[in-house]
Design a protein around this ligand. Structure first.
Ligand SMILES: Nc1ncnc2c1ncn2[C@@H]1O[C@H](COP(=O)(O)OP(=O)(O)OP(=O)(O)O)[C@@H](O)[C@H]1O
Length: 280
């Protein structure tokens, strides 16, 4: 288990993480939050790539700064804008990653085949990365993160550049890994994680607003989500309305207007509720 204990992080005088505490266990743990919420900063602190001013990250009850190499060996990361070498082929790049991870030659070969197959890039393995589309580069980034089946896998905005089919494929790949790895996914796109997450942590403005499973998060807005017909939209303040696909919605205990229709609440509704400070 990874435990985040009372982490605060400042850039100059700006507090970007404000006394954060939460835990991530085996399974899919998603961190949802708008741009600037502090997700990437938290991911970096979990990876020990940036230091925080207060607090500690623990891996199975030991501070990660004491574990050093042992922690690094268990950890794998796909950061936003994963650096890839354009003149390498996909295979050469994964070989390089395997060497960095300290894997032996034979294991590198089997893991290259396995991970390229998982992300559907086997046919492209000898092509140079500079010829890859954004989606293919992202899939290669996912493949490198999965090399050697790490115990902790961190994905920062993994669906960037993926088309809808590739997003679904990513979810299927991740779902298969959840029995044996602590997977932490940061995103601001609810549909990337709503069906697959075991826990969801919602962050906003450097704070954790809530952590729980989908049912826990939806409970407070149960029966309070309404579809607002288009011709009634002008009766409400813009900040009270949000959209689920193309449907205008509002959270309210009472029926907000004569023709508004109660809808089944979803994680998207809960995300709006927790990040907009609305009260039901
Ligand atoms: N190196 C830095 N120096 C100064 N401020 C920073 C630095 N990195 C991040 N910030 C600020 O910290 C806050 C949190 O940024 P962070 O990237 O962690 O958020 P995020 O939730 O990951 O957002 P995004 O999805 O846009 O990356 C933002 O206000 C950002 O401008």
């Amino acid at each position: 288990m990874i435990s985040i204990n009372n982490i605060s992080k400042y850039y100059g005088k700006k507090k970007v993480l404000d006394n954060i505490s939460c835990t991530f266990d085996t399974g899919i743990n998603s961190i949802l939050g708008p741009n600037g919420a502090g997700k990437t900063t938290l991911m970096n602190i979990i990876c020990n790539t940036i230091k925080c001013q207060n607090g500690e990250v623990y891996y199975d009850n030991t501070p990660i700064i004491k574990l050093e190499e042992k922690y690094r060996k268990d950890l794998s990361v796909l950061f936003q804008n994963n650096p890839v070498y354009p003149n390498y082929t996909a295979k050469e790049y994964l070989k390089f990653v395997g060497i960095l991870k300290g894997m032996d030659k034979e294991r590198i070969e089997t893991e290259i085949s396995r991970t390229l197959d998982l992300v559907n890039l086997s046919d492209e393995c000898n092509k140079k990365i500079k010829s890859f589309s954004g989606g293919m580069r992202q899939r290669l980034g996912i493949a490198q993160a999965l090399m050697n089946t790490p115990k902790i896998i961190i994905f920062d905005e993994p669906s960037v550049g993926l088309d809808p089919k590739e997003r679904e494929q990513f979810k299927r790949i991740i779902y298969k890994l959840k029995m044996n790895s602590i997977i932490i996914i940061s995103t601001h796109i609810v549909s990337d994680i709503d069906k697959i997450s075991d826990t969801i942590t919602i962050m906003n403005k450097g704070k954790i607003i809530v952590q729980g499973n989908q049912n826990d998060l939806i409970k407070p807005i149960s029966g309070a989500v309404w579809h607002i017909p288009n011709d009634e939209l002008n009766s409400f303040k813009d900040e009270d309305i949000y959209f689920d696909d193309s449907e205008a919605r509002m959270i309210s205990v009472k029926q907000p207007s004569a023709n508004s229709i109660r809808c089944q609440e979803s994680l998207n509704d809960a995300y709006f509720y927790y990040t907009s400070n609305k009260k039901v």
